[in-house]
Design a protein around this ligand. Sequence first.
Ligand code: NAD
Ligand code: UFG
Length: 338
Amino acid sequence: MNILVTGGAGYIGSHVTLSLLDKGYNVIVLDNFSNSSPKVMNRIKKISEKTLKVIQGDILDSALLATTFKEHSIDAVFHFAGLKSVAESTNQPGRYYQTNVTGTLNLCQAMITARVFNLVFSSSATVYGEKHHMPLRECYETGTATNPYGRSKYIAETILKDLAAATPQLKIAVLRYFNPIGAHPSGLIGENPSGIPNNLLPYIGKVATGQLPELCVHGSDYPTIDGTGVRDYIHVMDLAYGHVKALEALSDRSGVSIWNLGTGKGYSVLEMIEAFEKSSGCTIPFKFGSRRDGDIPASWADISKIQSELQWEPRFSLDQMMSDTWRWLTNNPWGYEQ
Ligand code: NAD
Ligand code: UFG
């Protein structure tokens, strides 16, 4: 089975590519490397001892998509290519809608023209907005996201539902990620943020490796266990395994199936700092700052739907998330550029 992975050089796409190769699928990666390094491909080949095809290109390039589908007998598409910074999306909303909405539509139109009907789509817990009780369930209302990034994922989900209603052959898995962290246990691939990271674990990593002086904890007065924000952190390999299970389930389904991908357990920022310090042996200097715009106090998933429908379970503990992150960071403090 041949699988096209858009954004396959990125953090999540690279780990899913490995899981797919491991399961014996043929993978074709399409990535413009705007937020990743082509060097990750050699690492994937090294770990998997398999080959894969890489196309440098953009999902906004409809002609390239048409050629890609014509030249390869593609059975399914995993769509990771997109922009993901909440803060950046507020300053550059047009760019975010162009890539995340127009790019997704372009891809789907090329798929339908080429009669490729299986799609696994990267969505986000951010589509739930902030009005709900925890844990978040797939049936909860969406569309109240607090920023353009979240709205771009909500609009993309809506487009997928409309396309599936009009094209009954389409089988689409929408996976709503909570907070992916960690790295492949080999220490050869991991998250490789450019510039100053926005997300918690990459920021802690830069402090631990001495590239940033201290962490700012955004808010200490939330109605949570210790006043700091609570999130559902999931090991990227558990996330990857969830994608493989979703693909396998699509053959018996039609239309759009939505699954949360989290662990069902929330941790506060202070608990995350403590867990990282324990695994790494480093001390993370931090100060308390004000709340970050657009942040919600807490977010964690109800995972009963994916557990019962896909027999998927998270397998990695918080300690493993931290030790795998630390192995990746100590082996590659400058990411792939060393
Ligand atoms: P990433 O930035 O590491 O990977 C995205 C990849 O897509 C990169 O390799 C980038 O070069 C590529 N890309 C970007 N625009 C492209 C374009 N126009 N054409 C071709 N390639 C393009 O991000 P990630 O963390 O791996 O996220 C993957 C997907 O999951 C994204 O759609 C993101 O919105 C979604 N998501 C991520 C998180 C998270 O916390 N990492 C949470 C929820 C959802
Ligand atoms: N935080 C800090 N200091 C930092 C960075 C983060 O205290 O330097 C706190 C945040 O305030 C929040 C928690 O750490 O309480 C997690 O923040 P992240 O930025 O790591 O993650 P978010 O939950 O804000 O957002 C992430 C992705 C989004 C995605 C969302 C849900 O960035 O793209 O998870 O999947 F939509």
